[in-house]
Design a protein around this ligand. Sequence first.
Ligand code: FMN
Length: 191
Amino acid sequence: MEDALARFHQDRKRARDAGDPMAALCVLATVDGSGFPQARTLVLRDLHDRLALFMNATSPKVAQLQLGSAAICVYLPSIQIQYRCAVGLEAVDPAVVAESWHLRPPMPKTLDWFYTHVQPQSTRVASHDALHSQLGEFSLPDPLVAPHTAVGYYLTPTMIERLDLAMPTGLHDRIRWTRTSHGWQKDQLTP
Ligand SMILES: Cc1cc2nc3c(=O)[nH]c(=O)nc-3n(C[C@H](O)[C@H](O)[C@H](O)COP(=O)(O)O)c2cc1C
């Protein structure tokens, strides 16, 4: 039986080898408490042979993820392939997140602490300049460690859909795999 996830990894590798910046990213779609859709770009990480996302727990997207359903979309322009995946989520061990957090540049580190102690991510500020000077005066803990709000989630795709635009016939090839207890069930769809 074809392994849909292996196919996804192969295509991402092909795109990465072609220097495609989109190979590192995904669009994460969630639904907020009012049923309104929300979408944003995130770095799609490969962590312990699994897909993972890192974020700050003060962001509204974390509450949305805890509602239980999420989807990611990845378009790889270098090979003209789109993936759409429904995903389940599982928290990454905080010790693993904390280790990776040390590799973040200084400003995102400062912001993670700012979100934790001053105001949450995605909330209103007076202006960009006002925020910048507030961050300049903000004192960070010493030693500098990750705040508990730095979090990560492993993604487990339950549905993977691949749309290939690069078909010589001009007819796009669209396949959907659904995870079942026996493996991946494959369906060909009209594009
Ligand atoms: C290329 C790119 C990569 C990004 N990577 C991340 C990421 O890995 N984690 C993250 O929380 N936000 C990332 N962002 C910012 C998010 O798109 C978003 O603006 C932010 O997380 C606030 O989202 P929220 O409104 O859901 O709180 C990235 C944005 C871009 C454009």
